[in-house]
Write a protein that binds this ligand. Sequence first.
Ligand SMILES: [Zn+2]
Length: 288
Amino acid sequence: MKNLLAVCREAEKTHVAIGHFNVSDLTALKGVVDAAQELKVPVIIGASEGERKFLGDRQLAALVRSFRDDTGLPIFLNADHTHSLEAAVAAAKAGFDAIVFDLSALPFEENIRQTKEAIGVLKKISPDILVEGEIGDIGTGSQIHDTIPDLSADLTSPEQAKKFVDETGVDILAPAVGNMHGMSASMVSGNAKKRLDLKRISEIKTATGSLITLHGASGTNDDDLRKAIAAGINIIHINTELRVAWRQSLDRSLAEHQNEVVPYKILPPVVDAIRRVALSRLKLFNNL
Ligand SMILES: [Zn+2]
């Protein structure tokens, strides 16, 4: 099986992006794996610190490994938005393929210093592990927001991106390019879409030559996503759309099975709702 770096470089060459989907439970994980299997494309399973605390680092790693073995698909595991070296080390030891070491809330120079230090520690534990660093503000919380924060003051500049990549040695960069974690109610209903700063993506790619991730892509205009991939985005994160599908389908299934107590009779529609969202995004990202 190719490692994540090889799969990322191949995606870069063929102008497609790898889908990254966050999961909090086995229901969502099954839905995402089903979608990847249907299309026979690589996929990255993500879990933030909160998601990992609920699932367990080692438990999730074992589940993902078992799906990888059973399907033969390149299914990778990423420790999303990890804010401490301690949590990053735990994920590396559990066998994660990648870590988003997110110190974007710190001053720029401090972010560089600590990210560089973390890479040294993590690569000693697992030489193949990919470390992603983040600069700029893309908001927090993959949830439904009452108001959309104005993040335009802290978009990533190409100069800043180049300095960060050169000085830290990160494998992957997560810039702020008009993307944002979470969705507004109008995005959930489909009445509003996020728009991306495509020119900025292209300038950051040219300046750094690095692999680039788009976080917070739920609710983004489809055409912007296609153009973002053409401009150099290699990995695209979807979380809130899956969470919305999970909640809505679970509500529906519970309402339809008022007296049912058997989880495996209530949950299949939830797996299917997750599968459909992941399938639609994977088709778009892989140009299928
Ligand atoms: Zn993110």
